[in-house]
Structures are given as structure tokens and as C-alpha cells.
Design a protein around this ligand. Structure first.
Ligand SMILES: Cc1ncc(COP(=O)(O)O)c(C=O)c1O
Length: 489
């Protein structure tokens, strides 16, 4: 009997809809990559919500294509070469196709039978990356849903191994703490608070003029923590930081951790991929000595969100993070079996994320990751040079990665309005939709920020961006000079 439910599972309908969707996406890709259309058609949140609320009231439509077309149009287009905003990759089209496959197969992964291939591919992909990082022959790890969860996972492992009490079993009243750069991603702070460390337990080490952790202060901060009754168990190095893309001195952190018997965690969510380039590998010197490392494939490795590796120098450590005894899932809860994903990942049911990475490696080889990292890091250096050669701009710091922070300063006549002017520039760019960049606050000042995530971005696009910012900036400055108007940020 054919019911609406059985019809919805029809292979014939799937075939027809999938062909139509792939055509739609290929057309979208062509348009987006040509860079002729806006990166986004910005609408205010309430307006956007109202649009979809009206849509939701419409009668059911058996043809999903108009709806899917609408979703594409009302989204930001990462494949547009003028997308230079947040650290999210324009995915390789192949990974979207793999996503179609993994979506349909829906391998839950927590136990081996529910993800036989998924678990095996995860093993291979994590071992591959651990080798690239130079973590040694005992290394291994897992994939999880994003850098935020990955950093929490690694810090939970660190606490399980280095804290004086067994927190998992008994809880603790110990005042535990971690040392981390003040420029680390906010998710490290969040992870520490989730773990009950509180404000005192997140000890922020000041950064130098290049926004890198001042590792020579680690000793002082550790001593101070001890006198305050805190037990430090880990140091987190950023490779690289989020705002400016600065790499901490990982070798210095490794030395310090070795000396004081502390866990060394490297947050390489964004910049860990530098290990894949001979040119940029020196930036992560020392990462091979980390106890744990996090790397996002959905940032520098062109895979759709979320795919993150949590890697350990000693694979066995990963089994100490969570110590659940779920007998209905695993016959031997204590066995360190790599093939039961749920034993060491936060998730129970987990996406078959390994397939996307594995398919890229098998189809294009790891050289494609190298090319992406080098293209984007090189481009950032070119852009920084272009910006600093113009007197109306100042650069926050010479870029180490593919992130560049800079500030429009105009002719200097509005020096007390620059935060407001830069905020306005970014707002204007967002509304125009021709470029997508973001802003950040550095040492209390507003800076414009680009993350060059799209390897199809060229120096021509970047020149056009700088010209456009200069034009908007000059307009705002003239307006301000003539009206003595003030801008509110
Ligand atoms: C250094 C760093 N760590 C962690 C994260 C969080 O990663 P995710 O967005 O995958 O949760 C980010 C995100 O930008 C980051 O830059």
C-alpha cells in the first residue's frame, strides 16, 4: 500500500529530487565562484524570521526545489571569492556529495556495528594526521563535532590524568586551574567553566606585541597560582589564536610543561593544518611534543562543518576521558577498542564525519591540503603588504596565518572617531553585500579583520576590497568633518 510515508521513501523520487538538487547546487557554485553576485543579501534577523514564518504557514508543497532554492539565496555564499569573513571553509564540492552519502547511510558510530566503515576510516584519518603532526608511534585519537567540543574533550582528558583526585568518580573540591593565553579562543574559557574551574581557574597569560603568549611569564603565573591555593594541571597553547592568527611559542610551552609535569594541550583548530606545508610548518614547531592537539578539518581543510580531530601523543590516554560503563553498548567497557567510537567521544550517536576527509585524501591526495594552506597563507602576506603600503591604513600585526587585522585611519583628521568609523565601514560592507569581512577588538580598539578562507580569492579581489574600504572611509570622514557629526559604534 502506498501511503505518504512509503512514498517519502521512494527511490525514484529520491533520484529525481537529487538530480535536480545537484543541478541547482552546481548552478549556485558557478554563480558564487564567478564572484559577480553579492556574497550575501543581508536582512535583519527579525525580517529574516518573519520571512520564514510566513513560509512556514504555506500549504505543504510536494516539490522541495523552490524551498531549497530559497534557502540557498537567503544564505551567505562561502564560495564567493569575496567571502573573507569567519574561519569557515568553502567546502570542496566533493565533500558535499560525500555528505549526501553519509546523510543517507546515517551510521551512528557509537558501537562498531553501527559504523563499521565510519570507525575504520576515522582510525585511518586520525592516525594520518597524528603522523603529520609528528606525535609519534603511540599517537592516535578521535573525531568529534567541532573545535569547541574537542578542546573540552582534551581538557577533560588532561584533568583525568593530571588532577590529584579522580574527579570523574568522586567529584572534587580541589581548586584546579589551567594556564592559557589571553588571546585563546573563548571556547577554552567555556570548557574550563563547564569543568567547574570558575574564573580563578582560568589563568590568562598576557600576550606580547605580536599577540603571542608571553611564555617567559608562565613561571611567575604558576607560582602565583600555587600561593593562591590553586592546582594547575594544564597549559593551552594557541596554534593559532583566533583574532589575529598568532602562533604561541609551542616549544617554550612544551619545555615548561615537561619541567613542571603539566599537560600540554595545543589548540590547532585553525592553524594546526600548517603541518601540511613545509613552508609554514616552522610556525607549529613544538606541536609534536603536545599531549593533546585539536585540529578542525572544517577550517583549513575544506570540509563542511563539523569535523574535528582530537589527537593524543599516547592514544591510550583518550580512553581515560569518559569512564562510562554502558553494558548495553559494549561487552567490555574497559577494553581500549578503537572501533567503538562512543567510548572516547563526547557524542553517543555521531556523524560519519571521517568519510568526508577520507574521500578527499583518496581522491586528491594530501597535496590538496598543502596547496590550500599555502595559497591562503601566501595571500594573507600579500594583502598585509598591500594594506601597509597605503597611508590610510594601519596593520595590527604582520600575519602569521591567513588572518589579517587592519584599521582604516584615513588622513588622521578623525583620530578620535576611528572605532566608530571602522565599525561603520564594516556595517556598510555587510549591507552592500559585495564583500564579507568581520571586525575584532584588539587592545581596546576596533580593527577590520579578514580570514582568507577561499582559495579562489585573488589579489584583484583584495585590491578591490581595499579600494572600497578607502572610498567608504573617505565618505564617512568627509561627512564627519563637514557636520562635526559623531558616530556611535
Ligand atoms: C583557535 C580556535 N579554537 C577553537 C575554535 C572553535 O572551533 P569550532 O568553531 O569548530 O567549535 C575556533 C573557532 O574559530 C578557533 O579559532
Amino acid at each position: 500500500m502506498n501511503t505518504p510515508l512509503t512514498a517519502a521513501y521512494s527511490p525514484a523520487a529520491f533520484r529525481q529530487q537529487a538530480h535536480a538538487l545537484v543541478d541547482l547546487l552546481a548552478d549556485h557554485l558557478e554563480r558564487a565562484q564567478s564572484g559577480t553576485n553579492p556574497v550575501l543579501d543581508y536582512t535583519e534577523p527579525d525580517e529574516q524570521l518573519a520571512y520564514w514564518q510566513t513560509d512556514f504557514e504555506k500549504p505543504v508543497n510536494a516539490d522541495p526545489l523552490p524551498l531549497l532554492t530559497d534557502m540557498i539565496q537567503r544564505s551567505i555564499h562561502l564560495h564567493n571569492p569575496r567571502f573573507m569573513g569567519h574561519q569557515v571553509a568553502p567546502p570542496l564540492p566533493l565533500t558535499a556529495l560525500t555528505g549526501l552519502l553519509t546523510g543517507l547511510l546515517n551510521q551512528g558510530m557509537a558501537v562498531y556495528e553501527m559504523g563499521m566503515t565510519a570507525n575504520a576510516l576515522e582510525r585511518i584519518v586520525t592516525q594520518w594526521l597524528a603522523t603529520k603532526l609528528g606525535l609519534g608511534s603511540d599517537a592516535g585519537g578521535l573525531l568529534t563535532s567541532g573545535g569547541t567540543l574537542a578542546n573540552l574533550t582534551a581538557l577533560l582528558t588532561a584533568r583525568a590524568i593530571f588532577a590529584p583526585t579522580d574527579v570523574w568518580e568522586h567529584g572534587t573540591t580541589d581548586r584546579l586551574a589551567i594556564l592559557v593565553s589571553e588571546e585563546a579562543h573563548y571556547c577554552v574559557d567555556r570548557a574550563a567553566r563547564i569543568m567547574g574551574l570558575g574564573t580563578d581557574g582560568i589563568i590568562k597569560i598576557p600576550t606580547n606585541e605580536r599577540f603571542q603568549m608571553q611564555t617567559d611569564l608562565l613561571e611567575t603565573y604558576l607560582e602565583r597560582a600555587k600561593t593562591q591555593g590553586l592546582t594547575v594541571f594544564a597549559v593551552v597553547g594557541s596554534a593559532c589564536s583566533t583574532s589575529t592568527g598568532s602562533y604561541d611559542d609551542l616549544s617554550a610551552i612544551a619545555d615548561f610543561c615537561e619541567q613542571h609535569k603539566l599537560w600540554f594541550h595545543a589548540d590547532g583548530a585553525h592553524g594546526g593544518a600548517a603541518v601540511l606545508s613545509d613552508t609554514y610548518r616552522p610556525l607549529v614547531q613544538g606541536i609534536e611534543r603536545a599531549d593533546s592537539v585539536v585540529v578542525d578539518f572544517h577550517k583549513m581543510m575544506m570540509v563542511p562543518a563539523l569535523v574535528t580531530a582530537v589527537l593524543y601523543r599516547r592514544d591510550a590516554d583518550s580512553f581515560r576521558t569518559f569512564q562510562q560503563k554502558a553494558q548495553y553498548l559494549w561487552a567490555d567497557a574497559d577494553a581500549k577498542d578503537w572501533f567503538n567510537s562512543g567510548k572516547r567521544a563526547f557524542e553517543c550517536t555521531k556523524l560519519m564525519m571521517s568519510a568526508k576527509v577520507y574521500t578527499v585524501l583518496r581522491t586528491y591526495g594530501e597535496a590538496i591540503f598543502t596547496e590550500n594552506v599555502e595559497t591562503l597563507y601566501d595571500l594573507a602576506r600579500w594583502f598585509a603588504q598591500a594594506v601597509s603600503s597605503r597611508p590610510s591604513f594601519t596593520l595590527a600585526v604582520a600575519p602569521e596565518s591567513n588572518i589579517v587585522c587592519f584599521r582604516y585611519i584615513g588622513d588622521g583628521s578623525q583620530s578620535n572617531q576611528l572605532d566608530a568609523i571602522n565599525t561603520q565601514i564594516r556595517r556598510q560592507l555587510l549591507k552592500d553585500g559585495q564583500f564579507f569581512i568581520v571586525q575584532t577588538s584588539l587592545r581596546g580598539q576596533v580593527y577590520l579583520r579578514v580570514s582568507l578562507m577561499n582559495p579562489l580569492t585573488t589579489t584583484e579581489h583584495l585590491t578591490a576590497l581595499v579600494n572600497e574600504i578607502e572610498r567608504i572611509g573617505a565618505d564617512l570622514t568627509n561627512l564627519s568633518n563637514s557636520d562635526s557629526a559623531t558616530y556611535s559604534a
